[in-house]
Design a binder for this molecule. Structure first.
Ligand code: AVJ
Length: 322
């Protein structure tokens, strides 16, 4: 086994600087917002793992089923020598791809990119043990800004799974897809997971589960602010809100102040006043239609080569060529 390498493009100091700028921008804006990126400290990542197992949260299972059915085809079509995974987190789905690519004997290198150094360290170590023939090179970075770090290559397959692209606003999505395209050579591949438009009631339930795990995940961002920015939010005084935006076809998560309050963020020397009922938007998660995915890929310079959904039509997986 080759020792896994870890390149850090995004240090704790970078993260701290970004968090400060982001939170200041979001909490002084009208209406207030926070970036979903800050959900994922150790506690938040753990809560998200629990979400993926909830009966209401269909997408992780749906995407897993699609990948199980088509990983071999993906491996055969792409014949990739490098698998790059953006926002890799836990690498369960990755293994389906790695196993398939291993069978075609084309794969040499695995490059997972994630903002969380701890999650990435655990993932690269585990993968390096189980796939000793692979060169494993982890990149600690933000998938929206660190694509240049993908170091020039060839025969690459970039996987961006889980529907995380839905967290970006349409303009950010266009910019992101263009940046991925720019990092690739013609003939290289993108594998993109997108949650699909469906009965809004089901989407709302997936983001407002009966056990309240998603509510805790949502409130966790305030705990992150309390710890990292010496703030004094009382998370229990914010209600979890999941709302379907029919016009934009996205679900929004918000935190609603249940009483008038003032939060102090000492390390930003900032106070944030809340009227009773005032909300902070904490996430959008866009739901797609086949046509929209094709058009957005097209606009970024990709051609949609294959499109799969699970049997229920809940989730879409696109294989696109640069
Ligand atoms: C990890 C971004 C795909 O948008 O569904 C889960 C995060 N938010 N429940 C999503 C999330 C609320 C999730 N992604």
């Amino acid at each position: 086994m080759t020792e896994p390498e870890l390149v850090v493009h995004f240090t704790d100091a970078d993260a701290a600087r970004q968090l400060r700028a982001d939170v200041r921008a979001g909490l002084t804006d009208v209406p207030k917002w926070l970036s979903p990126k800050w959900f994922y400290d150790a506690e938040g990542s753990e809560l998200f793992e629990r979400i993926t197992a909830l009966p209401e949260y269909y997408q992780t299972r749906a995407e897993h089923r699609i990948l199980s059915s088509h990983a071999v085809e993906i491996a055969e079509v792409t014949g990739a020598s490098t698998l790059v995974e953006l926002g890799s987190g836990s690498s369960e789905k990755t293994r389906l791809l790695l196993d398939a690519l291993r069978k075609t004997e084309t794969l040499r290198e695995f490059v997972p990119l994630d903002v969380s150094e701890s999650a990435l360290r655990a993932a690269v170590t585990a993968i390096a043990v189980d796939y000793p023939e692979l060169v494993v090179r982890g990149v600690v970075g933000d998938f929206t800004t660190e694509l240049a770090a993908l170091r020039s290559g060839s025969g690459r397959l970039v996987a961006f799974l889980g529907g995380t692209i839905g967290n970006l606003l349409p303009s950010e999505r266009a910019e992101f897809l263009s940046a991925v395209r720019a990092a690739l050579k013609p003939g290289e591949w993108l594998l993109l997971g997108t949650d699909l438009v469906k009965d809004p009631a089901r989407v709302v339930r997936a983001y407002d589960d009966a056990q309240g795990v998603t509510a805790e995940f949502n409130r966790n961002v305030l705990r992150v602010l309390n710890r990292e920015l010496d703030a004094d939010f009382v998370p229990e005084d914010f209600a979890h809100v999941a709302l379907w935006n029919a016009e934009q076809e996205w679900i929004e998560m918000r935190l609603r102040a249940t009483r008038p309050m003032t939060a102090t963020l000492r390390s930003l020397e900032l106070t944030a006043d809340f009227a009773e009922g005032e909300e902070i938007r904490t996430e959008i998660s866009a739901k797609f239609r086949h046509r929209r995915v094709r058009e957005e890929l097209d606009a970024a310079g990709f051609g949609l080569h294959r499109w799969w959904t699970d049997d229920a039509g809940d989730f879409g997986l696109s294989l696109a060529v640069a």
